[in-house]
Design a protein around this ligand. Sequence first.
Ligand code: MTE
Ligand code: MOS
Length: 702
Amino acid sequence: MGKSISESITKKDHFAKFSGSALYVADYPLDQTLVGKFLRSIKAKARIRKVTLPPLPEGYWIVDKNDVPGVNRVHIVLDDTPVFPEDTVEFIGDPILMVVGPDEAEVNRLMNEIQVDYEELAPVIDIRDFDTVFFDYNYQKGDIGKAFAEADKVYEEQFETGYQEQAYLEPQGLIAQPQPGKMTIRGSMQCPYYVHGAVAKALGWEASAVQIIQDVTGGGFGGKEDYPSILACQVAVAALKAGQPVRVIFDRREDIEFTSKRHPSLCTYKVAVKAGRVTAMDIDVLFNGGAYTTLSAVVLQRGIICSSGVYKVENLKVRGRAVKTNTVPCGAFRGFGAPQTFFAVEMMMNHIAKDLNVEPLDFKKTHLVKQGDATSTSGKYHFPVPLPAMIDEVCKLSDYQKKRELYRNQTGRYRRGIGISMHFHGAGFTGSGERDHIKAVVKLHKYADGKVEILASNTDIGQGLKTTFSKIVANELNIPLDRVLIENPDTDRVPDSGPTVASRSLMVVGELLRKAAIDLRAEWVEGVEQIVEQRFKEPDFMIPFYIDKFHGDAYPTYAWGVNVVEVEVDTLTAFTTILGAWASFDVGTPIDTNIVIGQMEGGFLQGLGYASCEYMTADNRGRIRNNSFTDYIIPTAVDVQHMVAVLHVEEYPGGPYGAKGAGELPLVGAAPAYVSALEHALGEDLNHAPFTTEDTMKVLSC
Ligand code: MTE
Ligand code: MOS
């Protein structure tokens, strides 16, 4: 290795992005391309009795369930999301039909003239009123009955978290381009092969007749994991019917109201304590899945695996359910089910500590898992758990202990508080996903001129993957970075190396590329075109995971985080200022320090938004009320003026140069750190996130 792989370089896509020359889906010229708009249900649950259409001018089309030539289901995990709803609509926003045509104003006029006759049915809006359980998972270990029977004290509490909107800069958008016997879809997405599978099924076509191309994508954060599959099926069907390209780009309001979000959660914890130690947890996790299942199964799996936190709990019983409500379907968002349960377990530990009259940090420290310990699912922490050192780092940076003391019993108008949280993020797909479902394949294509192209289906969605992938290959082949080529993935050209989710691309696919580069270096023949391929193989050390039993290694390794947040509450206005946010993150070797620090700071800030101001709710009819950036407030750098994120490096031998999954980790622990700080300032136990100014006002006026 020449220069350290961690040394920061100019990003591969830097020039295109900062100069404005990068082409996003909205930038393609409109020639011959029709505009598509959705007529959406205005009822949360209803039978559609009749749809009355206006006369259609020439060149305009109405597209609905009757136009789907293949299966009217979007292939995601369970295929229950219709491409276009059939007899009933299940949430406000369910896309009944599309109007497509050359002129946007005319499309809008036609939309306004369509009449839908609904027979209203009783919807389920509140998660507490559910009558349909999409997924119900259970696992346990130890002897929970005995532990509770022998406990000195049993604590029971409920924790609630809300929606979170991904708020990527670029809204959802795709173009479908029909050619004879072929359909090409391009646009903003995380997972080209997910879209590929979905479109082939909806059209009823051979996979080879479907081509998916990712365009430069202005952020995804999980929001472009499953949703583009839905939109792609719809635009594909429309383009097929019209025989012309069709483009749909959502405006912000449509994107916020009708595309996937983080699952709201309700978690109930029953905890047994004996001689000052937690001996058992009985945990019930409820996720609001919304109207269709989409990704709820996998989000819930990760959520419940994380529900006992970074703590050693010998006797554990966990139940997790994702339930149906007639609201917008929830899906992936950075953290993928973990932010909800980490919030709950961290707050629970705080409250027990307070009751036992010990400092939360001391209480947590005595329960930390260690290398070699069993995981919640009776797998193993195979690699070092650096939490104690990371806690020391963050406490020192933030002066945590001193401030904990100092901020006791405040009485003035401005009251400060400081809180700490600790968490992990299991790197890669949950359970046997990589082994059984994804089976990633990558290729390196060396051209006669010595340039080497990376062929993988992973996408750069702002997390810097084009740069980090290229660095790995250039480093291993010992060639300059500009001789490594990487384009946005096109399924006609790249093998299926899996989706860009679960912080897996860099760790899992990056390692495959590193191995491919080693092979190519060994086989290198000057002046000759060569192709090498690598396929995923599960690491030998893993304890096989079985999802039916929730048993085994859910992840090969873990990234770790410790967060401290300090706040000041103005007790007159209830406004909270974040005075400081400190974090230590272990994501293994950073493949480009600037990129990784950017990920850590951005994710941490996104988590602080989830904790504090990102409040979103549906009204009693099921409509999302906070549908603009006026009503849904996301934080900016100004809101956290003092943020310090440091890297603690614990190398993972299975990742490229020791790298682990990085992208999601920094969001996961922010909410409990922030709400812990507020508890400290307000002197009250708190149990929900976000904790907004209005919530603080309620505490202060009690
Ligand atoms: N960073 C930026 N700038 N934009 C994004 O959309 N997505 C996050 C995270 N960081 C995201 C991001 C999510 S949800 C995931 S799963 C990981 O990046 C993907 O990281 P990977 O490339 O290692 O798979
Ligand atoms: Mo990330 S939520 O796994 O796309």
